[in-house]
Write a protein that binds this ligand. Sequence first.
Ligand SMILES: C=C(CC[C@@H](C)[C@H]1CC[C@H]2C3=CC[C@H]4[C@H](C)[C@@H](O)CC[C@]4(C)[C@H]3CC[C@]12C)C(C)C
Ligand SMILES: C[S@@+](CC[C@H](N)C(=O)[O-])C[C@H]1O[C@@H](n2cnc3c(N)ncnc32)[C@H](O)[C@@H]1O
Length: 362
Amino acid sequence: MESAALMWSVAAVTAAVFFWFVCIMGSAEVKGKRAVDLKMGSITRDKVQDKYKQYWSFFRLPIETLNSSENVPAFVDTFYNLVTDIYEWGWGQSFHFSPSLPGRSHRDATRIHEERVVDLIKARPGNRILDVGCGVGGPMRAIAARSGSDVVGITINEYQVGRARAHNRKAGLDGACEVVCGNFLQMPFGDSAFDGAYSIEATCHAPRLEDVYAEIYRVLKPGAMYVSYEWVTTGLYRAGDPEHVEAIHGIERGDALPGLRSQDQIAEVARRVGFEVIEERDLALPPAGPWWNRLKMGRLAYWRNHILVSILTILRIAPKGVVEIHEMLYETARHLTRGGEMGIFTPMHMILCRKPIDGDDN
Ligand SMILES: C=C(CC[C@@H](C)[C@H]1CC[C@H]2C3=CC[C@H]4[C@H](C)[C@@H](O)CC[C@]4(C)[C@H]3CC[C@]12C)C(C)C
Ligand SMILES: C[S@@+](CC[C@H](N)C(=O)[O-])C[C@H]1O[C@@H](n2cnc3c(N)ncnc32)[C@H](O)[C@@H]1O
């Protein structure tokens, strides 16, 4: 009798600890996605591991194939099917970095970094603004709410479209925010359709920056502004330094990037497609606090998450392959942190452009 009671007590305590671990500790910073809901995008459960292997095989292709505009969008789409739920669960609804702000939460720092866009492109009530590479729409909601503009987001990943629309509805912003599935290299919008545009840590996925910048230029009205937060290597990067190369290659492989560009290439490309460059600045430089702090401070949380995804895979709640994907992201976080600490990489090289009005001197 006593041993039965003991067994029941142990079982009850184990169940309570498991519930706490999964449902309380395992939820994202911005509530919405829990570990038990990890689905891996539009990929069916039994295909997750194969798709992960397929993702890696891409990096074995010859460099010309790797950089071709035909292959990259499909490879990026596969990547976001694999990582979107883990990003939402472990990071929130905004898939980007922000300078850390003393005394402010990550959530505040994220919102402030997003709202800066409103001032830069002068978004006003009634404007139609384009979000190039919108993810699940964290920035789009912040920008629509702050500016009173209507925001149209485009993403290559169908699963993200569903997530973004659901979040828009939940936030009561589905009237102001619209989400379209499509390729930003060939956008399904007419010429001069937008009063402004922005891209946050998204155009780094384009094999050729010219192609996406030229499309953005085409869909903007003359006089409209465009701002982008670009992922680039800085002037401190040395291609002959093995430690630098390891970090940059690690970032490219873990983030579906066809190849990082250097800081000094960005404005040149913007001018080539016709933009006037108003301002260019690395928002990660002091007095900004290190953007990689949020990745570093979470090391303990990574271990908790690793144990969690392992248990959920054993219990067949999460599909096979999730542990490997989580491991890949952990490695990526290490490379991103090293890139930030060495000062050779920034995810927030800001470029502010204007489409000239006919007759402007440019
Ligand atoms: C702009 C891009 C994505 C940037 C970031 C949003 C993501 C880059 C690396 C991601 C993460 C790394 C470690 C994960 C951790 C192991 C897991 O337990 C919880 C989620 C992570 C923190 C995850 C979250 C998103 C990132 C920070 C690229 C793709 C252009
Ligand atoms: C790192 S996420 C950033 C998302 C969003 N800007 C944010 O900050 O939350 C990059 C986004 O770019 C999108 N993307 C990448 N390549 C694309 C392409 N060729 N066409 C459309 N969207 C693309 C991805 O689907 C993803 O939504």
